[in-house]
Design a protein around this ligand. Structure first.
Ligand code: ZN
Length: 280
C-alpha cells in the first residue's frame, strides 16, 4: 500500500507537464476527452450480470439483497481504447466479441496493455489459438510470473497467449510509465499482478482500475465485499478502497471493466466506509 501512495508523489511531479486552460473533462457517451489531447473510448465487449452468490464479506445475505434485489446486478465486460500522441492503445481484449463485431479495428492498435490475465480480459487476443493483433502485448511481470509458476491452476489460456505472441509478449513493472500518459499502478489482490492504468498527460486523469470491483451496485457502498473471482479477497478489498480514495483525493475519474458500460464516473466517500459512484 505504501508503494501505491509514494507513487502519488511521482505523479504530482509529472502532472503539470502539459499546461492547458482549466476546462472540464469532455464526455459524450462512450468517449472521454482529457486535457492535453488524450481521448478514451469505452467499448462494451459483453453486457452481463453478476449473481449475488459470487459475493462474500461481512454483510448478511438480506442486506446484500437490498443492493441486488433480484439476486443479481447488471455488469459489463469493457475494453478501453486510449488515443494519445497520435497512437491508439488498447486496454484489455475482453472475450473477443467487440473485435469479432468490428467495434475495434485491429489495424489501428499500436500496443495492448493487460490489467490481468483472466479469460474475460485476454481471450480476445486469440482466435483459434492464433494472434489477432501483430503488436506488442504488455502484462505486469508479477502477473506473468504467477501464471507461469506451479502455483497457478488452469493456466492453459495464459500460456497459449504468451507463446502465441512470442517476441510481442512483453512485461512491465508497477510504477512504469509504459508510454507517455499511461502509468501502471500496483492494484494486486484480484490477481497477483492486477494492474490499474492511470491515463492522462495533464491535470485531468482517468484511473482505469481493471477488476477493482465486479458488482457496482453492491461494492461501491460496501467495498469490503469481495467476489469469488478475487484471488486474495482481503487484499482485493484493501486495494479497492485505496484506489477509490486515490481517485477521490485527486479528483480523477475512475473506470472498471465490470462497471456497467461505459464504466466510468467519480467516487466520493459516503462517510461510512463506502463510496458514492456518480456517472457523468
Ligand atoms: Zn474480469
Amino acid at each position: 500500500m505504501r508503494k501505491l501512495f509514494s507513487l502519488l508523489a511521482l505523479i504530482s511531479l509529472v502532472m503539470f507537464a502539459c499546461k492547458e486552460k482549466n476546462t472540464a473533462v469532455q464526455i459524450d457517451g462512450n468517449k472521454m476527452v482529457l486535457d492535453c489531447g488524450t481521448e478514451i473510448i469505452s467499448i462494451e465487449d459483453l453486457s452481463t450480470e453478476m449473481a449475488i452468490s459470487l459475493f462474500s464479506g461481512v454483510l448478511p445475505e438480506e442486506q446484500k439483497f437490498e443492493y441486488m434485489p433480484e439476486g443479481k446486478t447488471p455488469a459489463s465486460i469493457s475494453i478501453f481504447l486510449v488515443k494519445t500522441g497520435g497512437k491508439t492503445y488498447m486496454i484489455d481484449a475482453g472475450f473477443g466479441n467487440a473485435i469479432k463485431e468490428n467495434k475495434i479495428d485491429a489495424q489501428s492498435i499500436s500496443s495492448i496493455f493487460i490489467t490481468h490475465m483472466h479469460g474475460d480480459h485476454i481471450s480476445g487476443l486469440l482466435q483459434n489459438d492464433s494472434v489477432v493483433f501483430s503488436v506488442p502485448v504488455y502484462v505486469a511481470k508479477i502477473e506473468n510470473d504467477y501464471w507461469h509458476s506451479e502455483e497457478a491452476q488452469s493456466a492453459e489460456l495464459q500460456k497459449i497467449v504468451a507463446s502465441a505472441y512470442g517476441k510481442n509478449y512483453k512485461t512491465f513493472n508497477f510504477s512504469d510509465s509504459i508510454v507517455s500518459g499511461i502509468i501502471a499502478i500496483n492494484a494486486a489482490g484480484h490477481t497477483p499482478g492486477h494492474t490499474a492504468f492511470l491515463i492522462g498527460k495533464g491535470k485531468q486523469k482517468l484511473l482505469i482500475a481493471g477488476d477493482f470491483l465486479h458488482a457496482a451496485a453492491l461494492q461501491f457502498p460496501h467495498p469490503t465485499e469481495s467476489a469469488n473471482f478475487d484471488m486474495d479477497k482481503d487484499k482485493a478489498s484493501k486495494v479497492r478502497i485505496a484506489l477509490m480514495e486515490m481517485a477521490e483525493k485527486n479528483d480523477w475519474f475512475i473506470a472498471g471493466m465490470h462497471i456497467p458500460s461505459p464504466g466510468w464516473g467519480k467516487v466520493k466517500s459516503n462517510g461510512e466506509g463506502g463510496f458514492i459512484f456518480s456517472t457523468p
